[in-house]
Design a binder for this molecule. Structure first.
Ligand SMILES: Nc1ncnc2c1ncn2[C@@H]1O[C@H](COP(=O)(O)OP(=O)(O)OP(=O)(O)O)[C@@H](O)[C@H]1O
Length: 357
């Protein structure tokens, strides 16, 4: 397995790009550590597939280099990069048995039969598919086909990286959570460098030790799931991660003080920089209904199971609060309190407050 370095990577699908908007990837510098479990998370069109194709060698970047363990592979074709890939849809041979499907990537590389048998048994054990080994792949359910596809991606122990591209797309919703945790467990046992591409925050946060969040061709934050939740560096991360996402509320900044809808708001710490578009970010989990606080009127209450989400209007701006227990009626006047150590200022969408020590 290898450490993967992306250095100063940019990519445009246009022959003569003239501005940042012409780039599908805009300046990416990243180190993926050897043996790490990474997720590449972002909405459709943010550049995930472009980045994946550059790592696998299907696409040559317009600028920048890709290194595997310090060795420049930018100009190497896919078959010389030693990568295993699991795609959205199962890639298996229907006429072969599960055993032969799992053995295929090893036979292809001339691995001795005894070693193949050992490795296939090991992977089949990890995936709980031992009882299917002699079944023809054509007879498997779509879920099991995808499991075998994953097994084929994991069976070689000499690859630089295993890349998963939205691998749970075809999986039945009620089985998704099972396979999600299975993949995490597999990483812990196999210890390969793995990159998991998805637009689904739950999949990314379950699988990865480090999540790389992308928006519009840029990496906006790399962090553990907890870091992304606790301290979003960019409003996009706050909004995209969490359910519901972080409240991003426009504020007026004046001499170190900020006002939201005319009310002063206390921030977590001192403010950096000046000017630009300012907003505060506070997660709905840290907004409470209280006796004092910002006057608001309830617009909507949604019961989401373990708790409710109350959306209340402060002036013209909706604010969401996660509420346990009793909830007010629609239209009721309430007061909202923001937990100060969780209230951050964002300037032009980037965090602009120091954390309270
Ligand atoms: N072959 C291509 N030619 C021109 N533009 C492209 C091409 N492939 C992708 N793009 C553009 O590059 C940007 C990034 O696309 P990319 O497919 O990498 O995003 P993504 O995050 O993988 O999205 P999705 O999840 O929908 O596949 C988008 O604006 C897309 O329209």
């Amino acid at each position: 397995m290898a450490k993967i370095t992306l250095s100063n990577l940019r990519h445009s699908y246009f022959p003569n790009p003239s501005g940042p908007e012409d780039y599908a990837l805009k300046a990416i510098d990243l180190d993926w550590q050897d043996g790490g479990a990474y997720a590449l998370l972002g909405p459709s069109g943010c550049g995930k597939s472009t980045l994946l194709n550059i790592i696998s060698g299907l696409l040559v970047p317009s600028e920048g280099r890709i290194l595997f363990d310090g060795k420049d592979v930018t100009d190497l074709p896919p078959d010389q990069r030693n990568i295993a890939q699991v795609f959205q849809f199962p890639v298996i041979y229907d006429t072969m048995t599960v055993r032969n499907n799992l053995a295929f990537p090893l036979r292809n590389r001339g691995v001795p039969e005894a070693k193949i048998a050992e490795r296939v048994a090991e992977i089949a054990g990890m995936l709980d598919v031992e009882d299917m080994l002699d079944t023809r792949a054509a007879h498997l359910s779509p879920d099991n086909k995808q499991k075998i596809s994953m097994g084929r991606g994991l069976v070689r122990d000499d690859v630089n990286v295993v890349m998963f591209d939205e691998p749970l797309t075809v999986i039945d919703p009620h089985l998704k959570w099972k396979l999600r945790s299975k993949l995490k467990e597999l990483h812990q046992r196999v210890r390969a460098t793995m990159i998991y591409v998805t637009h689904d925050q739950t999949e990314a946060l379950t699988f990865a030790d480090q999540v790389v969040v992308m928006q519009d061709g840029e990496v906006v934050q790399i962090g553990t799931p907890v870091e992304l939740f606790d301290r979003p560096q960019h409003t996009f991360v706050g909004h995209f991660i969490g359910s519901p996402g972080m409240n991003v509320l426009p504020v007026v900044e004046n001499g170190g003080a900020v006002h939201f809808e005319g009310h002063p708001v206390a921030l977590e710490g001192s403010i950096a920089g000046e000017g630009g578009k300012t907003a505060i970010g506070i997660r709905p989990e840290f907004v409470t209904l209280s006796d004092a606080g910002l006057p608001a009127r309830v617009r909507k209450v949604s019961d989401v199971g373990r708790h409710s989400v109350v959306e209340a209007m402060v002036g013209d701006t909706p604010v969401k609060a996660v509420v346990e227990g009793d909830v007010p009626e629609q239209g009721a006047p309430v007061h909202l309190a923001f937990r100060q150590d969780q209230t951050r200022l964002y300037r032009n969408d980037w965090i602009a407050t120091e954390a309270a020590s």
